[in-house]
Design a protein around this ligand. Sequence first.
Ligand SMILES: [Mn+2]
Length: 246
Amino acid sequence: MKIDIIGDIHGCYLDFKLLTEQLGYDWTTEAIPVHPYGRRLAFVGDLTDRGPESLKIIEIVWKLAVEKGNAYYVPGNHCNKLYRFFLGNKVQISHGLETTVAEFEALSKPEQDLIRKKFIELYEKAPLYRQLDKGKLVIAHAGIRQDYIGKSGSKVKTFVLYGDITGEKHPDGSPVRLDWAMHYTGKTCIVYGHTPVQEVRIINNTYNIDTGAVFGGKLTALRYPEKEIVSVPSSMPFVAEKFREL
Ligand SMILES: [Mn+2]
């Protein structure tokens, strides 16, 4: 199984297209990325919000993962919030969701119904995290604790969507996050995103591939099983304070 796992896209369509072209995918025949040797794409979630073309990313990932069934998608915290918005739940239209909602509201009613339906389908069909390559690889948005692999439930869900949060907050209001990857000792390779870092963070067989495309960093793919990193520079303005050491 040969796959290319893509970090948080957050509506950065141009960067996504460029990255997949770099990875050898062809867009000319179907207007979606198709690999000539059948490699598959995998997405660690956070497809939308903050970036310029969130709905286009939904459309493409829906086509790949649902319609064609040859890509893997796991949801991120931004996906979870958009899902709740689309269900009609009361959610705060902030932290980047406002850009996706603005794109959505600019559509006609039938177009809105269609994209809502597609995203709900994509989200509901997705597992919280995905075990691949006979369990040798796991993709999960914010990573996963070793003892949670193979399990489900609300604790696992919170972990894979938000990371190792304690419930406490820093003085600036941001959640206190623990460094689960630092203590990870498993044999399963874990590929995740969620926390923007300037360079891919590789530690104890875990790979944080969220290189902050939407904050002007890079959009990154990890080729598996080669474990080769391919990145393209972001087309967005650089926002230094969004990148964490962790
Ligand atoms: Mn993200």
